[in-house]
Design a protein around this ligand. Sequence first.
Ligand code: CA
Length: 537
Amino acid sequence: MKLKAITGIALTMLLLAVVSPIDVSVGVVDFDGESGEFVAQSGVDWWPMFRHDLSHTGYSTSTAPNTNNTIWSYPTGDRVISSPAVAQGKVYVGSYDRKVYCLNATSGVRIWNYTTGDSVESSPAVADDKVYVGSFDRKVYCLNATTGAHIWNYTTGGAVYSSPAVADGRVYVDSFHVHSSDYKIYCLNATTGAHIWNYTTGAYFSSPAVAQGKVYVGSYTGAVYCLNATTGAYIWSYPTGGEVSSSPAVADGKVYVGSEDFNVYCLNATTGAYIWSYPTGDRVISSPAVAQGKVYVGSTDMKVWCLNASSASMISYEREIWNYTTGWLNDVRSSPAVADDKVYVGSFDRKVYCLNATTGAHIWGYKTGDYVSSSPAVADGKVYVGSYDRKVYAFGPDTTPPNITDVSQFPFKNNVTPEDDVHVNATVTDDLSGVKQVTLNYTNGNGTWINVDMTNLEGNVWNATIPKFPYCTHVAYAIIAEDNANNTITTEEMGYEYQYHVIPEFPSFIILSLFMLFTLIAVALAKKIRCKVAKTT
Ligand SMILES: [Ca+2]
């Protein structure tokens, strides 16, 4: 084994030994076991709760994928309607298999899971290294975000469908129970789980948004409520014409929310006064996203709508900027995520969509195995979403280079003569975008390196030939592989060196000939001496 390779392996082992404990701790850096990179925690716009932030804008400053390249999918035990939350390189999501999962955001490897008493549809909220999530078992749970250890739980009067909002050391969440009529919004102490206040709103699917010391939530009675976040005191309510399962978004002093009366509403966040409404073709269960003066929302009319958020009075066709129709007769209950001038949303046609946020043009789609009701989360350049097919999906760019294995040459290293072309084979694979190009780079020791394109023989095997060189030439070579996302790697970077020395042709024949020649000369000389001796005697 070459010194470089030994050093490489030793360094890798040392690195693994050093970083393993860091992986489970929370600090300023996080080691990603899959990519082998230290990821700085600062500067990343995470998606730590349902709708990204307490105002529920559904908007992230992150870059976002332009292709449906799937970096991983994780199979849970049942449907995933819960929307993922992403924080500190980890994805948190609930499943109907009763569990809350914590997965590595880069690799999809499970870090921990916690089993509640019933299905988890609520989207987890991550704050201060704690995860808050509701379950159909009527409880709100607080778990350690790093280990999944149980910290506290609070039993409400009904199933907790809604997603918690955590603000200023308080947890806001609602629950409902058909028979006990426990349609309440609860305010709990985030550290201890102690009850602070509750208010009967009739809210259950709708998740509370918190902005400017106020809590906004929708109700099955058709009302949108605004309460004092500190005291739970009623501030205002606005009556829509249908159930409000949609969660309000608050931006620029306005509240945007959908209603099952088919409309999207814009209300004054301070007074609850009506500003405008827009009629879609069916129920609006999806929660609006608000970004750059536009409102994005799904409807059970199969469409994703983009509306002008302006307070100005407009007629419907002026209000509409674009709409995009997903699969025929399918609901868009998923709430849009907006990032990098793109909109991500799921549909009951089983697909996850990426649309141009400005024009509504289709950029990509990805078909999962079942309905997509979960809302996408965008963080650190990737998109995460759940499906009724039980899986959690991660979409993102291919950032890992191909893998080069099984490098071999013929003739073998110690048998190359001046008569031999040397054939080099290598196995090159790339799980994500695929192998684009493989190059053989060689030198005969004169300082010049020559590149030869390797040919894909069959499967993952690539081949190229190094031409004949005279006796005693020292040849060194390396292989360079590139994937379709332009990630490259060389065998040298992987810690491998390949070389051979050109040996004389047919060495045994030459030695034998020389030996025979010497023998003949010796015999001849001996004969001559014997003759001389005979003559003189
Ligand atoms: Ca790759």
